[in-house]
Design a protein. Sequence first.
Lengths: 288, 288, 260
Amino acid sequence: MYYHYALNIFLLACVNMIAVLGVSIFTGFTGLFSLGHAAFVGIGAYTAGVLTYHWYVPFPLAILAAMLASGAASLIIGVPTLRAKLRSDYFAIAIMGFGEALRVCLENLSITNGARGLSLDELSGPAWVVGALLASLAFARSLLKSRFGAMFVSVREDPVAAEMIGINLFRTRLLSLVVSAVLCGVSGALLAHRLAFIQPVMFTMTQSTQLLASVIAGGMGSVSGPVIVSLIFTALPEMLRNLEMYRLPAYGLLLVMIMIFRPQGLMGYREISDILRGARGFLSEKRR
Amino acid sequence: MFLQTLVTGLSIGAIYSLMAVGYSLIFSVLSFSNFAHGAVIMLGAYIGLALASKLGLGFALVMSGAGAGVIAMINERVAYAALRRRGAPSLYLMISAMGCSMFLENMVYATIGARFYAFPEFFGSRTVRLWGSSLSLLDLCAFVISVTAVFALHLFITRTRTGIAIRAGVNDMTMCSLMGVNTDRLISVVFFIAGAFAGVAGVFLGVRYLVYPTMGWVTNKAYIAAVIGGLGSLPGAMMGGLILGVLETLVSTYISSVMRDVFSFTALTALLICLPDGLMGAETEDKV
Amino acid sequence: MTAALLEVRGLTRVFGGIKAVDSLSFDAHEGGVTGLIGPNGAGKTTVFNLITGVYRPTAGTIRLAGESLTGRRPDDVARAGVARTFQNIRLFARMTCLENVTAPILARASYGPFAAIFRAPAASSAERAAREKAFAIMRELGIEETMSSQASNLPYGTQRKLEIARALACSPKLVLLDEPAAGMNDAETRELGGTIRRVLADFGVTILLIEHHINLVLDICDHVVVMERGALLARGAPGDIRENGAVVDAYLGRRRERAL
């Protein structure tokens, strides 16, 4: 029984990690701020949910559709807002508005069953969830190791200098956004069929901020940091049930404290592997 | 009927302006989106609520303006000052602001509770008859007070020593500190003004709708208004707020009240495509 | 004299009614070092910003090897063959030195996102080639031993060199150097002069240089353009410039006064 409970939390954490990975690519690696990535999770969740609920579409196809829908939505917001260069605030604000507009739509459409939500089948079993997480990690790692990763980081470090070495800011930022939205879409599709229930209120700014909190606390410019922290953030509240009320204020306080005292977060601009390699080097040096 | 809708729209628009001007003022001085603005509005509304039933609306407006101003000032000192002094990227300030917003909002949620509160009736359904339309006294009052406040701010910024120093700070903060202006004090003044405006807006919103922990989310509209007017431009924020208020009211009266928020977002996106710098924003060029 | 690589004609930029650059015309000759000098506030950096597309000219044209650069986006100008350094160093601070120099080369690699995700052989070989090329450039400038340290941890002079290395990694025709010797002492400045001359010989680039160390300018430039208040004051060989009365009054003379 306890095992089952632990497994459920673990799987939920894995689903969250995929979305956190997406936000990490966008905020941690490309340096743009988003208060609306939960909207992409929501689009993924509802696309997949509506497809399996109304039309009995096979689950893999539903996931694919969720990825496409989230990616397309990110283009709709990204194209007008990321174009205005040097003022990424536009994007942060537009995506907030987009998130709210999306919620209103979801609450009022009959196909989504409005604010009451959709009851779905529990289709994302452990194999699906863990498989998708591993695939997403491999995907993110390859992308970030490639020339696109180098371009993302250059844009984060200094957009002006990046542009002057021949990087197209708009296209680079847009690519980063689309990739992050697609990952959020996958996470949404899995989440919907993991919890077997979705409601518009599950995809608001609060959720966006939690995604962001994981990335910041885990460390910007790191994949492993945010992923580890998101596991902690999912598991910890479950253990501290009676302090549930103070979970969100604590997240808020944590964000402020991190920015003031440790802006690099847990693993800022490093990976677990770097630390292990460093430790090994240190040990072998000592031996010598 | 049309005149009535127009006045309602102008009144809502004036409240948006009040929020947008404060937000834009902070943006123009520190170049970051203060996402804690909504929380200050909400706290202002609670202060007003606590005082209004005993002491009347006028006193409540003054006290919540002052209270919210002080809260905004403390917020800046605690959460932004350290970042600002070490020249942290604006991304960090935005994250810190988000943390504040999350903390304040959820602290209210955890302590006062999620209950919706209504202000006592001040105007009832008292109306003024004008050209055959009956206009709500509340709308007129909100409109007049908001516009007066924004006009007073304009006079302050253009006529007084401190105001001129703020405008100089808008252009070059480093220059200002070199010239011997006390930037810390200046920024406190800016936050006090922005907070006071937020507090007054919060009371009006509370009187018009209800008071609850997440009511600050309405600042989405203020952000959109500021972007419509051009980020960092005060007359722009004022115009943006009024335009948004009127358009929204027209949409909800003549089309559908559900579509109101969807409309705001669509209008924002359309505007960003046509006029990336907003109506009155300066051409955005970074110093190299 | 060789053909002009960069041709600037009637370049004007107005900021709020003030002409920061006022119908400026000059050439930078292929394979040479052209110095752009003038008192502070003469509009030299604005000229760089106009050439690289940060600002749009109010009037005038800029051509590189016959191709118009006027009003093009900065990344587009960079790809057309113009690279630059910045007065207040703008490195990618949290990247290693090698990554800083590799970035422009990778930005020009041709494989797409799908090749990147599936680690196609083309992607890996392009990345290896980029690292090798970056390392070679760093070795030319004598900073190869810093390759794995973080850019922000370097001493000031090395950061300047790293910025030059990053500019060279853009495979440019024209390199704009904005006060490369700022904050350096005489010995360091002399060494920088040697570096610039070596870069010129090894990479076959043309250089446009803003500099206040007048000795460095007179030493390495073969053509000097003097600006005052946005407009052209004089141009010619370094020797002629030194003799030019107007220049001495406007610029060199003022320096001498300050020195006295």
